[in-house]
Design a protein around this ligand. Structure first.
Ligand code: B12
Length: 348
């Protein structure tokens, strides 16, 4: 079988496994590695020290699998209808980033990529592969561009002409030598809506995200208290933030993809901000098993819920904040609840 036919078979198998987009990139030193180093040098990664690690491995994806020649890059669309979709009801779910409302995409994508890896091993015996989803020291968006899956938008997200940026990425590094797909040209033009819409000015210039100002960082990655300047933005977002994607003109177009696993499951549908603030460790474990929201941990979700409740006017929210400020076992949550209660009273 020639290399082009082999590439088509691998991509077709990926689509059969449930991925919406599949492309092939040839592996070579990362062209955007200098951009990543500049990002670190400016301190745009904020306190995320883990992303400084393995800077050398990020310079060349071949360092992750000896003998690797190409990568199958896949994308899963996570917003129903390819656009913003109808947000679920209630005070909590519209404040949770769309990618995190259902099952943890890491698990879903890894198991689907393993299916493709098994197919490759059976079809081309002796081929080695490595599954990567998010956590490997890999500049995934560059690889996705080189596999023809889209262009990088000014909000730094990978953007596809039909799917917009509601895409999650994964890769299967392969020792097979497959031909690359053609890249897609820039899609942003003069548009700067994402830069203008960011509530915390985390996009100071096109293609540059200052993570230390990004709501996504503060609500998902950050442990400990959230400074006042950022905490006021948490009335709108409890986990992650989709603002720079919601305003993108490429994200309003209807499409076909729908993965029910990525929607809010029935047993979490009726949760509200007070439930999130007051939940015990056991309730948290039971409710969020298999959810990407576990990344913020029990304490982080309670802290975020407290800050969000600063914007709610009903007596139940007021009581819950008062109780948490007095008696939550975590000093971080007590502090958040005290400050949120004060902001609530002063109407800030
Ligand atoms: C750390 C991280 C974060 C950090 C920092 C984000 C960031 N922009 O770096 C925080 C916690 C803030 C975050 C937030 C989010 N993240 Co995140 N995150 C990552 C992670 C683990 C590493 C990203 C990284 O290496 N950053 C370093 C910077 C320098 O790289 P970069 O932003 O990718 O930039 C590249 C390009 O912009 C390019 N570049 C640089 N300059 C220029 C200039 C021009 C002109 C061009 C064209 C390109 C270009 O070079 C850079 C290096 O390759 C990746 C997974 C991975 N391993 O790649 C997921 C990933 C980027 N995140 C993802 C998602 C979904 C999100 C959120 C949407 C979640 C949410 N709703 O809250 C937000 C989006 C925020 C945003 N606008 O970026 C997806 C993005 C999918 C997509 N469509 O692009 C990824 C790929 C995870 C995945 N496997 O699907 N994330």
């Amino acid at each position: 079988m020639d290399a082009s036919a082999a590439a088509e078979r691998v991509k077709a198998r990926a689509r059969a496994a449930g991925f919406d987009l599949a492309g092939v990139a040839r592996l070579q030193p990362a062209a955007t590695h200098p951009a990543y180093l500049r990002w670190l040098a400016r301190g745009d990664h904020g306190p995320m020290e883990w992303i400084e690690r393995h800077a050398d491995l990020r310079a060349d994806p071949r360092s992750l699998l000896p003998g690797a020649r190409s990568a199958l890059v896949v994308a899963l669309r996570y917003a129903p209808l390819g656009g913003a979709g109808e947000p679920p009801d209630g005070p909590l779910w519209p404040r949770v980033a769309r990618y995190a409302r259902g099952v943890d995409y890491h698990d879903l994508m890894r198991s689907r990529l393993r299916e493709v890896a098994d197919f490759v091993a059976l079809t081309w015996p002796g081929t080695r592969s490595r599954v990567c989803v998010d956590t490997a020291p890999l500049l995934e968006r560059e690889l996705a561009v080189r596999a023809g899956l889209g262009a990088i938008g000014k909000n730094t997200n990978l953007l596809h002409p039909e799917a917009g940026s509601w895409l999650l990425l994964g890769e299967l590094l392969l020792t097979l030598d497959l031909p690359a797909d053609a890249p897609i040209a820039d899609l942003c033009g003069d548009c700067c809506r994402c830069l203008d819409a960011c509530p915390t000015d985390a996009l100071p210039e096109p293609w540059r995200l200052d993570a230390s100002r990004c709501i996504s960082y503060w609500t998902i990655e950050h442990r400990g208290p959230v400074p006042d300047e950022m905490a006021t933005a948490l009335t709108s977002w409890v986990f992650g933030c989709d603002r720079c994607q919601e305003v993108c003109p490429w994200n309003g177009r209807p499409g076909a993809a729908d993965h029910p696993e990525l929607s809010v499951p029935e047993h979490r549908r009726r949760l509200d901000l007070v439930d999130l603030l007051t939940q015990t460790e056991e309730e948290y474990r039971e409710r969020f098993r298999g959810s990407a929201m576990k990344r913020a941990r029990h304490e982080g979700l309670r802290r975020n819920a407290a800050h969000a409740l600063a914007g709610e006017r009903d007596p139940r929210s007021r009581e819950a904040l008062g109780r948490a400020a007095e008696s939550d076992p975590s000093p971080v949550v007590r502090d958040a609840a005290r400050r949120a209660a004060a902001r609530r009273e002063s109407g800030v």
